[in-house]
Write a protein that binds this ligand. Structure first.
Ligand SMILES: [Zn+2]
Ligand SMILES: [Zn+2]
Length: 135
């Protein structure tokens, strides 16, 4: 089967991938991703601590909602989302991450679940003890 052009996962430039598992156009793209990943892992490791609850509580900057904040090449991103992508994978479009431990500062991917935004809001209300509107 002929190899098709596909965009490099790092730089976005289409290239001919000889093998299906090849997702970067060049060795330099692949290694820059690895470097970036190591920086992020280190950022998470140095800015969180393991709590008795098993939570990796963020000790770095938090935003106004109590979520850990990281800097991704100048763009702010919530630390738990970074952790999820690093350890688990991409967050599907339109989905959000719910903390099963109810600790927003927690960046332990095992304490996270991907849910729809509506589900996340509903769970938040329940956790605060608001009455539910049921039809
Ligand atoms: Zn590339
Ligand atoms: Zn947790």
């Amino acid at each position: 089967m002929a190899s098709e052009l596909k965009p490099c996962r790092r730089c976005g430039i289409p290239f001919k991938g000889a093998r299906r598992e090849q997702v970067y156009c060049s060795r330099s793209c692949a290694s820059s991703v690895r470097l970036h990943r190591r920086d992020l892992l280190e950022g998470i490791a140095t800015q969180s601590r393991l709590d008795a609850s098993g939570c990796w509580s963020w000790t770095g900057n938090v935003n106004e909602h109590g979520y850990g904040r990281m800097n991704l090449g100048g763009a702010p991103e919530r630390a738990h989302r970074v952790a999820y992508r690093l350890f688990v994978g991409l967050i599907p479009e339109g989905m959000t991450i719910d903390h099963l431990c109810r600790n927003r500062a927690c960046v332990n991917p095992q304490h996270m679940e991907v849910v729809t935004r509506g589900e996340n809001v509903r769970r938040g209300f329940e956790a605060r003890g608001y009455p539910q509107c049921r039809k």
